[in-house]
Design a protein. Sequence first.
Length: 202
Amino acid sequence: MIVTGIGTRKTDKQAFAMLYKIARRMAHQGWELRSGGAIGADTAWERGWDGFDTKQIYLTRGTSLVIAKNTACGRISDYGDIWLEAEDIASRIHPRWENLDEASQALHTRNVFQILGLDLQSKTDVVAAYAPPAGNSVKGGTATAFNLARAKGIPTFNLWTIDGQRQFFAFVLERMGKTDGSQLTVTSSKKHNPLSDFFEFE
């Protein structure tokens, strides 16, 4: 199972710790990670996978894509057909593509690989974002990956909210075969921390 863990650069210490704990738990459970290497939420996800070879971190260098798997890196030039295909996908997802400079376009193109994989055919199984909500989506650059995943029918969750956390944990636990997740979706107390439920299951 593959999780795309992404989010805002403006992630406070409490949220960072939460994302790290979630990532660490999922890494130990055999999940694979895709993320973007940015400061903030991306870094929390990546650090949670420290010591595991089941992560792919998608970075940009100018207008090229660099894929880092642990310490190994490979480069896909922006002149490659696969990059151009990803760029076309990103341009149709981003509402103001023509207003972006080349470096910004590269970052959004990078997001496409986080969702569809290096061959653009290997979809992630779930997207866990941490970003300010914007209607049914999220704010910032995270929205490109988030909206693409939704367009592809991939489950998406925003861990910014308690409801989003609870729904994501229920999804993960169900996929792990630990529970049907129903007890995590019916808790009515706004003070209840669903993270505690997530770590009750071994």
